[in-house]
Design a protein around this ligand. Structure first.
Ligand SMILES: Cc1cc2nc3c(=O)[nH]c(=O)nc-3n(C[C@H](O)[C@H](O)[C@H](O)COP(=O)(O)OP(=O)(O)OC[C@H]3O[C@@H](n4cnc5c(N)ncnc54)[C@H](O)[C@@H]3O)c2cc1C
Length: 604
């Protein structure tokens, strides 16, 4: 943990999204003063709620869902009864059909038909028999687990829409990070119990929390509480320069909407601004290779087109994933199904049409009226809306919605971290602040820890929401505090379907056969009996050199042992093969329905 060592603290917080506001909220409880600077016109960052003529909308629907108790407590502390519990329905649109989402094997197979189902089955078997030896990228990772055909139908087009690059260029980390949310018990219960859903399944999958007036309500209210406690939030004011001397941040230069600049001294800086921007804001500038690394971090940007439709009910889903490759549209939100108060009049519907873009590309640059018309036409083309009923529309562009996990990012992140870590009074929090695919809850945890660190606690904020492989090698108490221990379906299935050890089974049969033959021979030798001796001697037909003599007993021991070892090894292989078949069938059934579901986790 980094500490400034100053008694008189004043913390500057860059960004008033979930992370920045949570940091300030925690600081206010600890009695450490500070101020927030926010570049945007409103607070909430990616979790803000926009308003167009009374129609409220999210930048992507934001479920309030967490397994971290103290985050959930904080949501309720601020929102109380305004945090609603809402039912969830979401489906995938592909090939002019709707599929349940999370995918349910039978629903998916019924929708795809028997021929496609056979293709999927065969390609899965092929993937299991001849898996990709390396799992560096998303395509390899998914194909190894689901087969190529399922990958092509349910992963490829949507994932490429989201990231704008081929799946072969997306690192496997992304899939692994999403899938780490898998809860095997849920998967097993789903697969085994089918429709008999218990309360856990209901609350985790079919219901979620959502503020009455959208996620922005949480952050606007948090900001109001903070104002009452003396923490100002300056909107349309960006942290433009970050000054440092001798490994300490000394303050920031802020720039308001009118271009006016001002220096604000700070004993501490909590930054939720993108790492790329932070590195470029440093004054004096960092070494060239650090700047180069910061600029190598890339992002995916986001456009929401809001359509107002003169119809009370369009579809029952909260959101629909559009997997069809013939349209650019990625996802559709129906905001009144998130909360009825998101629309001013119940006789109308507001849809959020989501496009994953890169700043400056054709969709991003399209003038608003054209973009509204383009989006409405795409939506009509796939049969979701009637163009004649579209009465109004608006566009919101959100830069840096997703930190990209491409081939360059691990090295770039490592280099920038190595440099920024030298600043003893700087802490990087949140999503772009850490270039990590954090949801609100993990973004908030990093912020809470950063604030507590200023009060002398010692939290490793970079360990929040880490990949499980890494966590297994870190201190368990860190994982327990912030990140629920992840379960891996394959590992647990391996434990449940335990295998025979060929060496152990071979060894025990070797000992049994060898000792048995030795003892039988020895007994005959001691007894000196005729009637059985010649019969046992018949074994010589099968065991060369064996005889009812002491030499034969020793030879018999070794030959019996060899026979036992061979038999035990073969038996173990046979049994393991049968168990493997069962385990794979089980994995496949649960994986389609449950692993895919965990890929989503609240975001596309
Ligand atoms: C489409 C989509 C759907 C999502 N769905 C969910 C969901 O269902 N549930 C969920 O929990 N999470 C969801 N998330 C993730 C969630 O939005 C983020 O985890 C959360 O907003 C991150 O908070 P943050 O404060 O770290 O970053 P941000 O929300 O990005 O906030 C950072 C703030 O800093 C400001 N800023 C940046 N640079 C500067 C600067 N130099 N000076 C001043 N201000 C600056 C920005 O304007 C912004 O307001 C979703 C995200 C997206 C994109």
């Amino acid at each position: 943990m980094k500490q400034s060592g100053n008694d008189e603290r004043f913390c500057v917080i860059a960004g008033a999204g979930p992370a920045g506001l949570t940091a300030a909220y925690e600081l206010s409880k600890l009695g450490i003063p500070g101020v927030l600077f926010e570049r945007d016109v409103r607070v909430g960052g990616l979790a803000q709620t926009g308003d167009f003529r009374g129609y409220r909308f999210d930048i992507g629907g934001h479920r309030f869902f967490t397994k971290i108790d103290f985050v959930q407590d904080l949501w309720f502390e601020i929102l109380g009864e305004d945090l609603l519990e809402r039912p969830r329905l979401s489906r995938i649109y592909y090939d002019e059909k709707f599929f349940d989402y999370p995918l349910k094997p039978w629903n998916a197979l019924a929708g795809l038909g028997p021929v496609e189902a056979l293709r999927i089955g065969l390609s899965y078997l092929r993937a299991r028999a001849l898996p990709e030896p390396e799992e560096h990228n998303f395509e390899q990772w998914i194909t190894n687990r689901f087969g190529r055909r399922l990958y092509e139908i349910f992963f490829q087009s949507y994932t490429e829409k989201v990231w704008g690059i081929p799946c072969s260029q997306i690192r496997a980390d992304w899939a692994a990070q999403r899938i780490k949310q898998l809860d095997l018990l849920r998967a097993v219960k789903n697969a085994v119990l089918g429709a008999r859903k218990g309360p856990v399944i209901d609350s985790l999958i079919e219901r979620f929390h959502y503020p009455r007036l959208g996620p922005g309500m949480m952050w606007t209210r948090c900001c109001e509480i903070l104002a009452g406690r003396g923490y100002e939030t300056h909107l349309q004011t960006e942290v433009h320069r970050v000054h440092h001397v001798d490994s300490r941040i000394t303050g920031v230069t802020i720039r308001d909407a009118g271009g006016r600049e001002r220096f604000v001294a700070a004993t501490d800086l909590i930054s939720s601004m993108p790492i790329r921007d932070l590195v470029n804001a440093l004054e004096p500038a960092p070494p060239a290779d650090v700047l180069e690394a910061g600029n190598a971090l890339s992002y995916r940007d986001f456009v929401t087109v809001l359509l107002v439709i003169d119809q009370p009910d369009l579809f029952p889903d909260n959101w629909i994933y559009i997997h069809s490759p013939e349209v650019r549209l990625g996802r559709i939100q129906n905001f009144k199904n998130w909360s009825p108060e998101m629309v001013p009049e119940g006789s109308t519907t507001a849809l959020g049409l989501e496009y994953f873009v890169s700043e400056g590309d054709a969709i991003w640059s399209m003038p608003d009226p054209e973009l509204v018309a383009f989006a409405a036409e795409e939506c009509a083309r796939i049969g979701i809306v009637d163009l004649a009923k579209v009465v109004d529309g608006a566009v919101v562009r959100m830069p840096k919605a997703y930190p990209t996990y491409d081939e360059k990012y691990p090295r770039a992140l490592q280099r920038t971290r190595a440099y920024l870590d030298r600043f003893e009074n700087l802490q990087q929090v949140g999503r772009n602040g850490q270039h990590r695919y954090n949801n609100q809850d993990h973004s908030m945890v990093t912020a809470i820890y950063a604030a507590r660190n200023l009060a002398g606690e010692k939290h490793e904020i970079w360990n929040v929401n880490l990949e499980e492989e890494y966590l297994e090698h870190t201190r368990p108490e860190i994982r327990d505090r912030a990140t629920p221990a992840p379960l891996r379906v394959e590992e647990l299935v391996r434990v449940a379907f335990a295998r025979y050890d060929p060496v152990a089974l071979g060894g025990s049969l070797a000992l049994t056969f060898g000792t048995g033959l030795f003892l039988a021979t020895a007994i005959l030798l001691f007894a000196g009996g005729d009637p059985i001796g010649p019969n046992l001697a018949l074994l010589a037909n099968y065991l060369p050199g064996y005889a009812v003599t002491w030499g034969g007993a020793v030879l018999g021991f070794f030959q019996g042992a060899a026979l036992g070892a061979l038999l035990g090894g073969a038996l173990a292989k046979l049994l393991n093969g049968t168990i493997e078949l069962h385990a794979r069938r089980f994995l496949y059934q649960t994986a389609i329905g449950a692993v895919l579901e965990s890929v989503e986790g609240g975001e596309p």
